[in-house]
Write a protein that binds this ligand. Structure first.
Ligand SMILES: NC(=O)c1ccc[n+]([C@@H]2O[C@H](COP(=O)([O-])OP(=O)(O)OC[C@H]3O[C@@H](n4cnc5c(N)ncnc54)[C@H](O)[C@@H]3O)[C@@H](O)[C@H]2O)c1
Length: 363
């Protein structure tokens, strides 16, 4: 089954069955990128809860919710939703507010879609796995990068027999790691926990579980380069490129097979260098490859008012919400953004938090 399956998108009001939904959190990211996905999802937003009544009321006016609350327990008891979306932030001591909220929601009988990070420790993710299994309710984390069309297509390229095995993977993402004496402090590590979910989700999606890793650290910027060995036998590098310009594309993913490779630049431009012969060395007058081995380049057009060239789709926001809603409507478990993937990501987080640079560690 390919990962990249283009869909005909339905508008919210065209669905015959919609899920009764509540939302916890009326913050900036949710306003920009999560509530707007409901225009294209089978969701009937009935109520919003935020600690600030003004924000909840403002969001309800804009996004069409009927009621607002400042206490999520009161909302869950009164509304009895099918699903709850949680987009909150951090406690003062660096814990993830959504972790406890997700537990409260599934205990109240609803499925959860939550933003990353899922939690601030492996033990907390394991608790969520236990409560999700006991209640039979999904807890999905919005690992948006595994829903980018370019990354889904890259996964399909890597899985195709012509690519050979995935032998190495290099991911660049601008992130700083604090000084060694701060790496056990959740507040100092907040930016790492907030962002590691993005590149780690791509790495886990494409290459599976990591077996062993080590990293080097650049003191002036906090940049790191980690060398990874995957259980599959593949090798990889995760470059946390703090210090790069914020004025250009931030990210790059390069997957190498056996005689072919593919690159995703800036999340949208995918180049597939197919298996090809080197033109005869010292003699060939042209680099142009025959069509069957020519390079394939995929990038969106930005002329038409399409869905696919809107960040709701290029950045995976609608697809990740649809994945959740479809699983709930069909009574099955989600297969992306799972708690098991969150656990793998937290193992990588623990590696950075606890392993001195220059030392190899089992993951
Ligand atoms: N995937 C992405 O592209 C992406 C981008 C940005 C942020 N995020 C994630 O989104 C989340 C929110 O980020 P933000 O910048 O919008 O934060 P924010 O601080 O603007 O919003 C958080 C909101 O949650 C509310 N809240 C907290 N606890 C609550 C509770 N118990 N009940 C009700 N409301 C509560 C706060 O009042 C606040 O309005 C973070 O987890 C962040 O990592 C993801």
């Amino acid at each position: 089954m390919p990962h990249h399956v283009p869909k005909e998108i339905r508008y919210n009001f065209e669905y015959e069955r919609r899920l009764k939904a509540c939302f916890i959190g009326a913050g900036g990211h949710a306003y920009r990128n999560v509530y707007p996905t409901f225009r294209y999802a089978p969701v009937d937003l009935v109520a919003i809860c935020d600690l600030s009544k003004d924000r909840a009321d403002g969001f309800a006016r804009v996004f069409g919710a009927e009621r607002t609350y400042t206490d999520h327990h009161a909302m869950l008891a009164a509304e009895k939703p099918d699903v709850v979306f949680i987009v909150t932030s951090y406690t003062k001591d660096g814990h993830v507010q959504a972790t406890q909220l997700a537990k409260d929601v599934v205990e109240a009988g609803a499925h959860v879609w939550m933003e990353k990070p899922t939690a601030a420790s492996r033990a907390e993710v394991e608790e969520l796995i236990a409560v999700s299994r006991r209640t039979g309710k999904n807890i999905m984390t919005g690992l948006k990068k595994t829903f980018f069309p370019a990354i889904e297509k890259l996964k399909d390229i890597v899985a195709a027999p012509e690519f050979g095995r995935l032998t190495s993977l290099v991911v660049r993402y601008p992130q700083a790691l604090p000084a060694p004496d701060k790496r056990g402090d959740l507040v100092a590590m907040q930016s790492v926990i907030d962002h590691i979910y993005h590149p780690a989700a791509i790495i886990s999606f494409l290459a599976g579980e990591i077996e062993r890793a080590s990293f080097e650290w650049a003191e002036p910027t906090g940049a790191t380069i980690a060398s990874l060995k995957f259980k599959s036998g593949a090798i990889g590098a995760l470059h946390f490129s703090a210090g790069q310009s914020m004025g250009g594309p931030l990210e790059r993913v390069e997957a190498i097979g056996e005689g072919s490779h593919a690159v995703v630049e800036n999340g949208v431009k995918l180049t597939h260098y197919r298996k090809a012969k080197l033109p005869s060395y010292g003699r060939a007058s042209s680099w142009i490859q025959p069509e069957e081995s020519a390079t394939l380049v995929y990038e969106p057009e930005f002329s038409l008012g399409q869905l696919y060239n809107n960040n709701m789709f290029t950045l995976g926001y609608v697809p990740e919400v649809l994945h959740f809603c479809e699983a709930v409507l069909e009574g099955r478990a989600v297969s992306k953004g799972t708690l098991e993937t969150a656990l793998e990501i937290m193992k990588l987080y623990d590696f950075y938090a606890t392993t001195p640079h220059g030392v190899a560690a089992a993951i």
